[in-house]
Ligand binder design. Structure first.
Ligand code: URA
Length: 236
């Protein structure tokens, strides 16, 4: 059971103390009757209106964001714009990004308030594959493909698991797809650097069964579809 004031605050109707006042003023109805008790316990399936408008309460929400460069993957930051600042829909109070992309990395980022789902996507035990498109300074070769496949030693105590490198273009500047099933700090950049190449553009294209929707421009987001949520639930 969930308190009425928490439901309204979660739905972005105001802070907990603001919504308490609104409820006491009689601006909220539950199943057609005015409810003035902020502590009324609800199942979440009741019909609620706030200032005359029907609220659709969902316990869990999922968004796919095409993260632009220049925003941090955090819920708040004193100096920089965060991925949460990009979500303009009411419901954002308890959202968080599933994992992190570097500030200059673009692409697929899931935002949710579902901690279990986030754990399933991020837990090393599940080996969820993430594919990135990278542009690097330096010529990529088949030797790099082999080195990625063998597992690169990135520091004295960390060797990356075997990763897949698919070279798209090779020259002074090269382009490639890289698929990893871990998510260590700056991992993709460090893997390329180990092979003498500096990443200057990085975009995540997929995470497990989810593929970045090409229709989303950087900074745009949409809800996950029911099918996408079902695919995430299948991760075991
Ligand atoms: N690897 C990186 O180096 N940066 C990212 O943002 C994601 C993966």
């Amino acid at each position: 059971m969930i308190r009425l004031d928490k439901i309204l605050a979660d739905m972005g109707c105001g802070t907990r103390s603001e919504v308490k006042k609104e409820i006491r003023k009689g601006l909220v109805t539950v199943d057609g009757s005015v409810e003035k008790d902020p502590g009324r316990l609800l199942k979440g399936s009741e019909s609620i209106t706030f200032r005359g408008e029907r609220l659709v309460y969902e316990a869990v929400v999922y968004y796919m964001l095409n993260k632009p460069s220049g925003v941090v993957s955090a819920t708040e930051d004193r100096k920089q714009k965060t991925v949460l600042d990009l979500i303009t829909e009411g419901r954002k109070k308890d959202l968080f990004p599933v994992g992190r992309l570097d500030i200059d990395t673009e692409g697929l980022l899931i935002l949710t308030n579902d901690g279990e789902m986030a754990h399933r996507l991020l837990s090393p035990a599940h080996h969820v594959e993430k594919t990135y498109f990278a542009k690097v300074r330096g010529r990529l070769t088949e030797e790099d493909v082999r080195a990625f496949a063998e597992g690169l030693e990135l520091s004295g105590d960390f060797t990356a698991l075997p990763a897949k490198l698919e070279i798209g273009a090779a020259g002074e500047v090269s382009e490639a797809l890289v698929t990893i099933c871990e998510g260590k700090f700056h991992q993709v950049k460090r893997m390329f650097l180990k092979r003498g190449c500096e990443v200057f553009y990085l975009k995540r294209l997929s995470m497990g069964p989810l593929v970045l929707d090409e229709k989303l421009n950087p900074g745009e987001y949409r809800r996950l579809t029911e099918e996408e949520i079902r695919l995430l639930e299948e991760i075991r």
